[in-house]
Design a protein around this ligand. Structure first.
Ligand SMILES: *[C@@H]1O[C@H](CO)[C@@H](O)[C@H](O)[C@H]1NC(C)=O
Ligand SMILES: *[C@@H]1O[C@H](CO)[C@@H](O)[C@H](O)[C@H]1NC(C)=O
Ligand SMILES: *[C@@H]1O[C@H](CO)[C@@H](O)[C@H](O)[C@H]1NC(C)=O
Ligand SMILES: *[C@@H]1O[C@H](CO)[C@@H](O)[C@H](O)[C@H]1NC(C)=O
Ligand SMILES: *[C@@H]1O[C@H](CO)[C@@H](O)[C@H](O)[C@H]1NC(C)=O
Ligand SMILES: *[C@@H]1O[C@H](CO)[C@@H](O)[C@H](O)[C@H]1NC(C)=O
Length: 334
């Protein structure tokens, strides 16, 4: 079975967008200049992180620095672009965070996944697709090790069939989430091809129909429905036609006039609490910039500036094998 745990089930393709800061068109943010300088700070911290730690190290070191940077990017949006936090741009940013950080705590990510009909939402709720896929990926091992089910199997052949059925449900679950949650979106933009290339090689996906008919993925194998109320798992050949649309921002219901999480809130990333202050909440667009989280740090170093919550002397980011100590001026790897 080919399964790359590092992929984590996330493989969102980046489409070409007319973006000037990260995935964003910064002029759409409540505080464009604060947002842009917050990204610049995060970028210089990232460069420092790589330069001072990653020479002759593996890609894991660079990914650890990327993890810190994408965490900073989330703070940038929550403070200076809170009017866009349900947008495709924000969800793509979170997607990078999930991809670069090892075992991120998904429950505390601000504004994610997006609510239904979010004001300035995304044509596809990318976060919902990702959550569904993550739950599916996490269940594969539980399925293949389900002692209740294994105990009922009499022969080696039965066990082999059972394990194949788990793999088929897992694979079908990934694709079914993409096709059912976002039926209008071009599946390749949601990573369909990447999943095929990395998770379907060396497996006999084409033979999965028979297993998907013989086993009920939800009631017998314990998988969650890919799209909430959807109970069928598509077999190869059963999929609806491909969606054709790019990802685009939608108007949704209402307008974001105030930050949904309040003007100051805390979330936790990599074990460290981060406090974010939203800018310009009174309605003035740029004027409130002095309140930006990115500018309330000790200010003289880019790293402090980009870790607004960093009230303790040193924060420890545990990223896989890497322990990055973030202190006010330097980032050291042990
Ligand atoms: C920071 O770097 C990223 C990735 O290279 C880029 O997309 C972004 O626009 C940069 N931001 C700024 C403000 O330089
Ligand atoms: C990286 O490897 C090169 C070549 O082996 C070596 O000359 C250099 O000193 C190493 N750098 C560090 C920081 O270890
Ligand atoms: C539908 O999308 C999938 C995933 O990108 C791709 O492999 C397949 O060839 C597409 N099918 C058609 C008929 O275009
Ligand atoms: C699987 O079981 C669920 C719950 O009993 C049921 O709603 C669903 O229709 C079943 N799916 C199939 C393909 O039989
Ligand atoms: C194990 O399989 C049973 C069905 O036989 C299912 O009810 C249960 O949820 C499964 N356990 C897990 C952890 O998935
Ligand atoms: C499933 O949920 C979606 C989105 O909430 C809804 O559009 C659809 O009608 C529901 N389908 C069924 C069969 O209830």
């Amino acid at each position: 079975m080919a399964r790359k745990s590092l992929l984590f089930g996330f493989a969102i393709a980046k489409s070409v967008r007319a973006a000037d800061v990260g995935y964003y068109i910064s002029s759409s943010c409540i505080d464009p200049s604060g947002f842009s300088s917050c990204y610049s700070n995060a970028n210089s911290s990232y460069t420092d992180c790589v330069n001072s730690n990653c020479e002759n190290q593996s890609i894991d070191c660079i990914n650890a620095c990327e993890c810190v940077r994408s965490t900073d990017y989330i703070d940038c949006a929550a403070s200076s672009c809170w009017n866009q936090v349900y947008s495709c741009e924000y969800q793509l940013t979170v997607s990078d965070f999930i991809n670069f950080c090892v075992n991120p705590d998904l429950t505390t990510i601000p504004y994610w996944p997006p609510p239904d009909n979010a004001p300035i939402g995304c044509s596809c709720p990318i976060g919902k697709v990702q959550l569904s896929i993550l739950s599916d990926v996490a269940h594969l091992d539980m399925c293949t090790n389900n002692q209740t089910n294994l105990d009922e199997l009499l022969s080696e052949d039965d066990i082999a069939n059972y394990v194949d059925a788990c793999t088929c449900c897992y694979q079908s679950g990934i694709l079914s989430a993409i096709y059912d949650i976002c039926p209008s979106t071009l599946p390749s933009l949601l990573g369909a091809d990447t999943y095929f290339d990395s998770l379907f090689t060396d497996t006999d996906w084409e033979s999965c129909s028979v297993y998907l008919k013989a086993y009920n993925c939800t009631s017998e194998l314990g998988f969650s429905s890919p799209a909430g109320n959807m109970t069928d798992y598509y077999g190869p050949g059963d999929f609806p036609g491909n969606g054709t649309l790019d990802l685009f921002d939608t108007k949704g219901e209402g307008e974001m006039r105030t930050p949904a999480s309040g003007s100051v809130f805390t979330w936790t990333a990599n074990g460290v609490a981060r406090t974010v202050s939203a800018v310009g909440v009174t309605g003035s667009v740029i004027g409130g910039a002095s309140a930006t989280a990115a500018e309330t740090g000790s200010g003289t170093t880019t790293l402090a500036a980009s870790t607004p919550s960093d009230t303790s002397a040193a924060s420890v980011f545990e990223v896989g094998l890497w322990r990055l100590f973030v202190v006010s001026a330097a980032m050291l790897v042990f």
